[in-house]
Ligand binder design. Structure first.
Ligand code: GLC
Length: 534
């Protein structure tokens, strides 16, 4: 089949605003309480009005949904809870008509335990070629009763599960997500075909889940703290995989964004060499506390690590795995760390919201592309999901101490006064919406010029027409302690006040946008940002 779109050679992705849709929680078109593609299609005008360039869909494929769809049983079908392949094709075409590109999510590290490959491997037994597609091993101990090694999990809990015939299989996440063996040529071939399958359907890009974890040290030796290389993070052979993926993407003019969590800047940048991934998420910026020196350092480090490989930076404040921005910024500790999540952390939402508004203008003024997670444009807080409603395996695998990630996955409010805040018409949403959720609804915020939504719409509108925003150089300007000020050529200045005092603004021709009111003397209050025409 020929590609429906001719190859795109422009580099829209170097400065795009990309909106992340978590389909389960975006909009419910068929009234069963779970968001779906019909819901997304009906709400596409919201995305067009917001002014985003592309939408990244977290996995929408057939899945038992043990890990919210990151447990894929068939990459070539859409989960019936979300719709059909024909609908996905319609959605891609309808989005394209609105000038919105589609990015899909590929999960190469593992499959669902319901995937035909894993079912066949279980049935075929020890020593079979079917088992070679995964990491099956005999256990240690006298009777093989101990796991083959001591690898720590990406979620808490064990990384090995024993099957009835006595062998163990590796899973860095839940037991329902067996890891694939990337040393096997069939695994590579299959994923290359999956990429082509989606590129042929007109998708403009692929987000690569857990991109630094695929390749395992073949010895599967025990983990030793501080010993390099890590047995399963950032193995050198990964770069071969991504080079061959890149040549496929280039045939279609499609792009990659890698989920690469690596603290080492040089190792991170290797994934962004010109013949590998186009971009990767900037998790160091996401995890950075709301502190002027730390933010400035995170920005400088980001730009410095991307420059040698010529890749654009990405800027991310939240996603479907982390605490929502307004909540994180309203806490005593404004950094993000999975290990530190607990129930009942005191939060000042008014403070967090003021900071999140300022952070929106900061982020959207930085050089590179920006990711927005659904609901970020509404200033949604992390919801307190009642324990009995929690579904995230991260919560259960922690023994119930980690609240898990459902608090950022609660279905969106669209209409303040409609049932389920307009998320859907039939059954209640799959995760309960908290009391007062309607206050954040799209219709209510549309009517309020001071709302978070109004700020995002205005910022994205300006970002499209201001030549100083998007890709290009950044120059820091002299500023008082605790104030970040930088210029983007030609003639755009962003100032963010993170000090406890009012800050004077540099000379300017016009105030283009402010995250909050200035004082009577035109000074910038704390936790407020502006865009100026210099
Ligand atoms: C990624 C996803 C996360 C998922 C995990 C396992 O980190 O973002 O949601 O649970 O991979 O696939």
């Amino acid at each position: 089949m020929a590609a429906p779109h001719s190859p795109r050679t422009d580099d829209w992705w170097r400065e795009a605003v990309i909106y992340q849709v978590y389909p389960r929680s975006f909009a419910d078109g068929d009234g069963d309480g779970t968001g779906d593609l019909a819901g997304v299609r009906a709400r596409l005008p919201h995305l067009a009005q917001l002014g985003v360039d592309a939408v990244w869909f977290t996995p929408w494929y057939a899945s038992p949904l043990v890990d919210g769809g990151y447990d894929v049983s068939d990459y070539r079908t859409i989960d019936p809870a979300f719709g059909t392949l024909a609908e996905a094709e319609k959605l891609i075409a309808e989005a394209a008509e609105l000038g919105i590109r589609v990015i899909v999510d590929i999960v190469p590290n593992h499959v669902s335990d319901q995937h035909p490959w894993f079912r066949a491997a279980l049935a075929a037994g020890p020593g079979s070629p079917e088992r070679e597609l995964f990491h099956f091993r005999t256990g240690r101990g006298e009777n093989g009763e101990l796991p083959p090694n001591d690898w720590p999990s990406q979620f808490s809990g064990p990384t090995w599960t024993r099957v009835p015939d006595g062998e163990w299989y590796l899973h860095l996440f839940t037991p329902q997500q067996p890891d694939l063996n990337w040393a096997h040529p069939a695994v590579r071939r299959e994923h290359e075909e999956i990429l082509r399958f989606w590129f042929e359907r007109g998708v403009a890009g692929v987000r690569i889940d857990s991109a630094a974890l695929l390749v395992k040290d073949p010895a599967l030796a025990d983990f030793e703290e501080g010993v390099d290389p890590h047995p399963y993070i950032d193995q050198d052979e990964l770069h071969d995989v991504y080079r061959s993926w890149r040549s496929i993407a280039d045939e279609y003019g499609a792009v990659f964004v890698g989920e690469v969590w690596l603290p080492d800047a040089e190792r991170f940048a290797r994934y962004l060499r010109p013949d590998e991934l186009h971009t990767a998420f900037n998790f160091n910026f996401l995890a950075c506390p709301w502190e002027p020196d730390r933010l400035r350092r995170a920005i400088d480090d980001t730009l410095a690590e991307h420059a040698p490989v010529g890749a654009p930076a990405t800027w991310v404040l939240c996603n479907h795995d982390v605490t929502r921005t307004v909540t994180r910024y309203g806490r005593a500790d404004t950094s993000f760390d999975f290990a530190k999540k607990t129930f009942g952390t005191p939060t000042d939402l008014a403070l967090g919201t003021r900071r999140a508004r300022a952070a929106a203008l900061l982020t959207l003024a930085l050089p590179g592309s920006v990711y927005l997670y659904q609901g970020e444009e509404l200033g949604l807080p992390e919801a307190d999901v009642p324990r009995a409603s929690i579904q995230d395996p991260m919560h259960f695998r922690s023994g119930g101490t980690d609240p898990g990630r459902d608090g950022c996955r609660v279905p969106l409010p669209w209409e303040a006064d409609a049932p389920w805040c307009g998320f859907g018409t039939g059954a209640g949403p799959w995760l309960p919406q908290p009391e007062g959720w309607g206050r954040y609804a799209v219709d209510r915020q549309t009517a309020d010029p001071d709302s978070m939504l109004a700020l995002y719409r205005a910022a994205l509108r300006l970002r499209r027409c201001e030549p100083g925003l998007g890709d290009g150089p950044l120059t820091w300007l002299p500023a008082a302690d605790g104030v970040l000020a930088f210029a983007r050529a030609p003639g755009l200045v962003c100032v963010v006040n993170l000090s406890g005092r009012l800050a004077g603004l540099p000379p300017h021709e016009a105030l283009l946008l402010a995250s909050g009111p200035l004082d009577e003397a035109g000074r910038l209050p704390r936790d407020t940002a502006v865009w100026l025409r210099a």
